[in-house]
Write a protein that binds this ligand. Structure first.
Ligand SMILES: Cc1ncc(COP(=O)(O)O)c(C=O)c1O
Length: 372
């Protein structure tokens, strides 16, 4: 029998947070009693209400996952033509645009926090542009004030992909209040999750009815179908997971913060390793911990470091890589803009393990291997 020592234990890149088992069982008991499994049931309503409070927003609509929420946000806002976005994101952002038969126009990112470079947005606006779809990445937020200014100047809608930004604030304003709509992913690996799930936040109360129809086959009541919709409802079983996880969210985020601080202590100042800037006046949720390698200075590139970690049973991820403007699915469909800053970051970035019960000893183990 092999003796696997503690120091060789596997460390995944992410690990879902789980509420105490008994708490979840208690929460779902009423579902067995009332047999209300889906269709905006009591758990769904409760979670929507609690998320409004936690996220400090006026409206939340829940969906089966973040991606469908994003697709339906674009649909619900009746966007047309071109949408300016960044390619340094998960497939979902760009796919949501293309699946709505719209054209993504790729704007480069800035190299300090990897969000959209607001200085490069205006040159991409044409008479076909209907919206900007920026992405808050890794627990960093976009320059929401400048984006608001540009959107007002050109009369554009703004939909934020806030999949990574649950619970964040800028200058004391909760992040879901910026733009027309923000999409939060509640996927199992996110800071807050409902196993699969997603939510849209918005201040215009008229959107609520529109989103409700779109996620329920375009139906209004039993007999009227006024819009083309799909099925994107969140179930009661999933909402119950969200209700439980929300009770523990502050502790989960605080634990992530401890791990991130330890990573920073150990890795900052290392030649050839670049950490994200810490954004001023931003309450982060510490959703990911990316580092960018400069092979010339560090001596190894990110692929070599990823392989080395893997040999020690530690799994980091090339995230985001590849850029979405390199997807073969889009070749020949529309013009693809060059985004050199995003390209350089995607080619050299590695996201290190981070989850709420990652211990400081495990962070030390990871850092020691990298610094070896
Ligand atoms: C940036 C980004 N956008 C969109 C999504 C899609 O969310 P979901 O997995 O909930 O569909 C994700 C996560 O998976 C994401 O990381």
């Amino acid at each position: 029998m092999t003796n696997i020592s503690m120091t060789n234990e596997s460390i995944p890149v992410v690990k879902p947070s789980m509420p105490p088992y008994e708490e979840y069982i208690e929460e779902i008991k009423t579902i067995w009693d009332n047999r209300w499994l889906t269709h905006t049931g009591p758990k769904h309503q409760k979670l929507e209400q609690e998320l409004c409070e936690y996220l400090e927003v006026n409206n939340v609509s829940l969906f089966a996952n973040g991606h469908l929420a994003l697709e339906l946000a674009i649909d619900g806002l009746q966007l047309t033509g071109e949408i300016i976005t960044t390619p340094f994101t998960f497939a979902s952002t760009t796919q949501a645009i293309v699946r709505n038969h719209l054209i993504p126009v790729f704007c480069d990112i800035n190299e300090n926090d990897y969000t959209i470079d607001v200085e490069k947005i205006e040159e991409l606006i044409t008479d076909k542009t209907s919206a900007i779809m920026p992405v808050h990445v890794f627990g960093n937020v976009c320059d929401v004030y400048k984006i608001e200014e540009i959107a007002a100047k050109y009369n554009l809608k703004v939909i934020y992909d806030a999949a990574h930004a649950f619970g964040m604030k800028v200058n004391d304003t909760a992040i879901g209040n910026f733009g027309d709509v923000s999409m939060f992913s509640f996927h199992a690996t996110k800071v807050f999750h409902t196993v699969e799930g997603g939510g849209l936040t918005y201040s215009n109360p008229d959107y609520s009815e529109r989103f409700a129809k779109l996620r329920q086959f375009g139906m209004e009541g039993q007999e009227s179908v006024p819009v083309v919709g799909t099925n994107a409802k969140m179930t009661e079983i999933h909402a119950a997971m969200g209700i439980c996880n929300l009770r523990h969210i502050d502790e989960m985020i605080a634990n992530r913060g401890l791990a991130v601080n330890r990573y920073r202590e150990r890795l900052s100042g290392t030649k050839g390793i670049k950490l994200c800037d810490i954004q001023e006046n931003v309450v982060s949720n510490f959703s990911y911990f990316p580092i960018v390698f400069d092979k010339e200075e560090f001596g190894k590139d990110r692929n070599e470091v990823a392989e080395l970690l893997e040999k020690h049973n530690i799994f980091a991820r090339k995230y985001f890589y590849p850029l979405t403007n390199e997807f073969s699915a889009y070749s020949g469909l529309f013009a693809i803009q060059d985004t050199p800053v995003a390209k350089n970051i995607a080619d050299n970035i590695l996201t290190l393990p981070l989850y709420s019960d990652l211990t400081l000893e495990e962070v030390d183990r990871i850092c020691s291997i990298i610094l070896e």
